[in-house]
Ligand binder design. Structure first.
Ligand code: MRU
Length: 378
């Protein structure tokens, strides 16, 4: 997508030195647009863990490039052991998004095949595979837009061309992937097709990905939007001010339960109560076909309490500041994600199309997964 009129992806290899991975520093947005270099597996580990990059698809692509750097670092005589150690380091950075382990495992399969090849060929194979993972992520998101825009078109037609109001939570835009985004890809496609769309952007406490990232990228693309406090969505739905909700997902089980940023479940419950359609958009790499019951099985990351106790932002004079918002002695808890049960989800939008959030619906799009475990819950 474009930043100040120039096209960027969220991750790429440096043009003048393809042993350096470059990323947009998402910790600095929206106040400054910085690009930083990742040169080692340790750089990649820190970038994922400390959320310089975040969002399911981008975490996966970053880990894939991390495995490429792991090949550059691996010793001749200890190639496989070194690689497996790097894979573990990268997989242990964040637990909830399935794209991370998926990408690392896919790199391992390719690199196991290359283990006996000369070093230069191993590096080339790793670079090509990481690039393929990134390219596929971008292309899947582009296709999510093509499918999802049909839903927006249908609502626009029903509203006789009036603005379609879409609520989203967290950031599942192009910053969360390599390009386009999942939840926001249909929104961009609708806007680009000349449909009137407006986005309600949940601020998404505690890290405020909605305020700092979603609002920024929608603004860069010229999509009308308003930032709202996290607890406003229910009120807007009660008053007919939300036509649909689209969120992303960090992991979706074969039965359609979806883990996404904390607070998503409350939006889904409010949407169901108010008859507002609730869609979850995801590339195939976010499905976890080995899990059935999302509530019981999806690992939920718990992050540092300081993210709840402090907020950061720009003062009126333009300085960046972090301030404490609770008494000195107050403790806090900070779960990063929650699980929305499939029964709250109107449909899943993937690059293969739109399906019901149920095992039957999902297997309709992914028949090759039918041999796996069946669902034990509704
Ligand atoms: O903690 P984050 O920012 O990595 O969380 C991921 C998310 O941005 C959201 O949960 C998003 O909606 C799904 S990831 C495309």
């Amino acid at each position: 997508m474009n930043v100040n009129g120039r096209h960027y992806r969220t991750i790429w290899l440096k043009e003048t030195d393809n042993t350096v991975v470059q990323i947009i520093n998402q910790l600095a947005l929206p106040h400054s647009f910085d690009i930083i270099d990742l040169r080692t597996v340790e750089d990649v580990r820190r970038a994922i863990k400390d959320m310089y990059v975040r969002g399911a698809g981008l975490i996966g692509a970053t880990a894939a490039y991390g495995m490429y750097l792991a090949v550059l670092e691996a010793g001749e005589g200890s190639f496989t052991a070194d690689l497996l150690r790097s894979a573990e380091i990268l997989k242990n950075t964040r637990p909830t998004a399935s794209n991370l382990a998926w990408a690392v495992d896919r790199m391992l399969v390719t690199l196991t095949d290359s283990a006996d090849l000369p070093p230069a060929k191993k590096c080339e194979d790793a670079r090509i595979e990481a690039q393929a993972i990134a390219d596929e992520d971008a292309d899947s998101c582009r296709r999510i837009g093509i499918h999802g825009v049909e839903i927006i078109k249908a609502i626009a037609a029903r509203k006789k061309g009036e603005t379609v109001n879409i609520l989203t939570h967290c950031n599942a835009g192009w910053l969360a992937f390599v390009d386009y985004g999942s939840a926001l890809s249909p929104v961009y496609a609708a806007h680009d097709a000349g449909l009137k769309v407006h986005v309600w952007v949940d601020e998404t406490r505690p890290r405020n990905q909605g305020a700092s990232l979603t609002a920024w990228e929608l603004g860069q693309h010229g999509v009308p939007h308003d930032l709202i406090p996290d607890n406003a969505g229910g009120h807007l739905m009660q008053h007919g001010m939300v036509d649909m909700v689209i969120t992303g997902a960090d992991r979706v089980t074969r039965c359609g339960d979806a883990a996404n940023k904390i607070g998503t479940y409350l939006k889904a419950a409010a949407a169901k109560e108010n008859g507002v359609p609730f869609y979850v958009a995801l590339p195939s790499s976010t499905f976890d076909f080995n899990m059935r019951d999302g509530l019981k099985e999806i690992p939920i990351e718990e992050r540092d309490a300081s993210e709840v106790r402090f907020v950061s932002g720009k003062t009126k004079s333009g300085a960046l500041k972090t301030v404490q918002i609770c008494p000195d002695s107050t403790s806090a808890r900070n779960w990063g994600f929650d699980v929305t049960p499939a029964r709250y989800i109107t449909g899943l939008i993937s690059e293969r199309g739109i399906c019901e959030a149920s095992e039957q619906g999902i297997l309709g799009l992914y028949p090759e997964q039918a041999a796996g475990q069946g669902c034990t819950h509704g």
